[in-house]
Design a protein around this ligand. Structure first.
Ligand SMILES: Cc1cc2nc3c(=O)[nH]c(=O)nc-3n(C[C@H](O)[C@H](O)[C@H](O)COP(=O)(O)O)c2cc1C
Length: 179
């Protein structure tokens, strides 16, 4: 497992090769199998493949034009209503204080990382894109105002092989017994 984790990179340049449907399915399956608080699974994954929709999503991601080289995007959406059953008619965004929203975001983040790792295992590249605001990206995909878009994941075959980006050493981030 540690070798898989070491191997993954954020990829920002893709080949035009299409993604085999079974590989895409396997990536989505990795997201589906993620753990979540109380097993609530508060996520929805939107697969975006059309040129027109990818363009619109890319624009909402502050025009990160490199994204267009990827043949598909997976948009991961967190749903705080997954806990309450009720489809709350509320408006949420980056400033919302709701604890339920934080829990849904936490759980969906696990699913996203699962997908990044499975994509890498399938020979595919990805990049977690989080540079957008809810009010701009939601309308593009018809996502209701009470859902939170957590990540756009461009996915495809890598056309670049960047070196590992630096990480802090363990000595700087691990403490024992107390803070
Ligand atoms: C929550 C989150 C948001 C990110 N948003 C973007 C983004 O909008 N655009 C981008 O090019 N990379 C984005 N990244 C990728 C990071 O820059 C990248 O993970 C980091 O530099 C480490 O590189 P690595 O993934 O190759 O190890 C994001 C990563 C995370 C986890």
């Amino acid at each position: 497992m540690i070798e898989s984790i070491q191997h993954r990179r954020s990829i920002r340049k893709y080949t035009s090769d299409p993604i085999e449907p079974e590989k895409l399915q396997s990536v989505l399956e990795a997201g589906r199998l993620a753990p979540s608080g109380n097993n609530k699974q508060p996520w929805t994954f939107i697969v975006v493949q059309s040129e027109q929709q990818r363009q619109a999503v890319m624009q909402a991601c502050h025009r990160q034009t490199w994204m267009m080289t990827a043949p598909a995007f997976i948009v991961a959406v967190a749903d705080m209503a997954a806990r309450s059953e009720a489809d709350l008619p509320i408006y949420i965004d980056e400033n919302s204080p709701h604890w339920e929203l934080k829990r849904a975001i936490r759980d969906t983040a696990i699913a996203v990382e699962n997908m990044l790792l499975e994509a890498d295992a399938q020979g595919l590249g990805t990049c977690w894109v989080g540079f957008f605001v809810q009010s701009e990206i939601r309308p593009v995909l018809g996502i209701p105002d009470n859902k939170f878009v957590l990540a756009v994941i461009p996915i495809g075959y890598p056309a670049e092989h960047p070196p590992a980006r630096p990480r802090k050493p363990l000595a700087a981030i691990v403490r024992y017994e107390k803070w």
